[in-house]
Ligand binder design. Structure first.
Ligand code: NAD
Ligand code: TYD
Length: 352
């Protein structure tokens, strides 16, 4: 018998995963949410303290690259669905260590697909495998145009190549075996609990501590930013309403050149920290460009808006201020993450 309400959410201790777990735990008391996460450097259970004791939530430490473990977990839990976010997610790390990205993003995804296939055989129609992906699989845009669901894949970084590969496997399991799969490709997210190696939290942390803010190249690259809670809401809608085999792009029509975004953050922090106007902007430091740096991403999410009635809820300036406030009010979280203390604590707790 399947547990018709058990959902395994992978990567739930990470940035976006923690927002998805929180949303599902709070909004769907009937679901039993299992957060499957290996607690890499990016996984932090302190992201979920507010819901950790909820009766419909449990945490399972485990590595998706371990096929035996994944098969056993499916055998034990007999989940109705998987929402798969676990991944290595940072482009710069993928440039220095591509194999970790192949292991988790490609092999880990195929392990989950295999477990789902075995566990759900004969009843695919009553299950769902939701794969969370990125707009970076589409490659880079020039000055104009937007990525639609029809745009051909053209990844450039080892990160985006590994995500593209995982997307292809997910679609192949639908086309070949009939597994019920759904994929969404989202633009850059921002918000609370974002690990401070990515641009926005790194810049907030450095500005706060009067440290240089590294801007790659000339800062001319463009990213399309979406508030993380709007992404979690889109995942909720797509998970519940999409047709099997379908794909949706998710984005906020909110393009910013990196340098303009950093200047705006400097202004917000000058004001919030009581600094003289222009003081934080002096921290901006242009550094060597990232290898293979994609010039521009922009998502066309018309399909999601028209078919499933999803629109972003927050203007970027408002969301950015909320985000800055969160980091200023959660110094302990930031301190633990930047010092690495959070890992020692949870490593001791889970014996690894
Ligand atoms: P993140 O790096 O913050 O979190 C990843 C999580 O996966 C961590 O909790 C980590 O411990 C876990 N994990 C890593 N390897 C694992 C393994 N082998 N087994 C089990 N767990 C493992 O990532 P994020 O930014 O929250 O991204 C989540 C997903 O969304 C990823 O699939 C990413 O490609 C996609 N995505 C991210 C963005 C973005 O802007 N951050 C945008 C679009 C799509
Ligand atoms: P990042 O947050 O790493 O996301 P992604 O590479 O997945 O888009 O980077 C966002 C943009 O900011 C990207 O164009 C690279 C740039 N960047 C910097 O200029 N300085 C930095 O220190 C970082 C981390 C990124």
């Amino acid at each position: 018998m399947i547990n018709s309400k058990t959902i395994i959410i992978t990567g739930g201790a990470g940035f976006i995963g923690s927002h998805v777990v929180r949303r599902f735990v709070n909004n769907y008391p009937d679901y039993k949410i299992i957060n499957l996460d290996n607690l890499t450097y990016a996984g932090n259970l302190a992201n979920l303290t507010d819901i950790q004791d909820a009766p419909n939530y449990s945490f399972q430490k485990g590595d998706i690259t371990d096929a035996v473990f994944i098969d056993a977990l499916f055998e034990k839990e007999k989940p109705y669905a998987v929402i798969h976010l676990a991944a290595e997610s940072h482009v710069d790390r993928s440039i220095s260590n591509p194999m970790e990205f192949v292991m988790t993003n490609v092999i880990g995804t195929v392990n989950l697909l295999n477990a789902a296939r075995k566990s759900w055989e004969g009843d695919y129609i009553n299950h769902r495998f939701y794969h969370v992906s990125t707009d970076e699989v589409y490659g880079a845009l020039g000055e104009s145009g937007m990525f639609t669901e029809e745009t051909s894949y053209d990844p450039h970084s080892p990160y985006s190549a590994s995500k593209a590969s995982s997307d292809h496997f997910v679609r192949a399991y639908h086309d070949t075996y009939g597994l019920d799969v759904v994929i969404s490709n989202c633009s850059n997210n921002y918000g609370s609990h974002h690990f401070p190696e990515k641009l926005i939290p790194l810049a907030i942390n450095n500005i706060k501590n009067n440290k240089p803010v590294p801007v790659y190249g000339k800062g001319e690259n463009v990213r399309d930013w979406l508030w993380v809670e709007d992404h979690a809401r889109a995942i909720d809608v797509i998970f519940h309403k999409a047709k099997a085999g379908d794909t949706y792009n998710i984005g906020g029509h909110n393009e910013w050149k990196n340098i303009d975004l950093i200047r705006l953050l400097c202004e917000i922090l000058d004001q919030k920290l009581g600094r003289e106007s222009g003081a934080s902007a002096k921290l901006i430091t242009f550094v060597t460009d990232r290898a293979g740096h994609d010039l521009r991403y922009a998502i066309d999410s018309t399909k999601l808006q028209n078919e499933l009635d999803w629109v972003p809820s927050l203007q970027f300036e408002e969301g950015l201020e909320k985000t800055v406030d969160w980091y200023l009010q959660n110094e302990e979280w930031l301190e633990n993450v930047t010092s690495g203390n959070y890992q020692d604590y949870y490593k001791n707790q889970y014996n690894s």
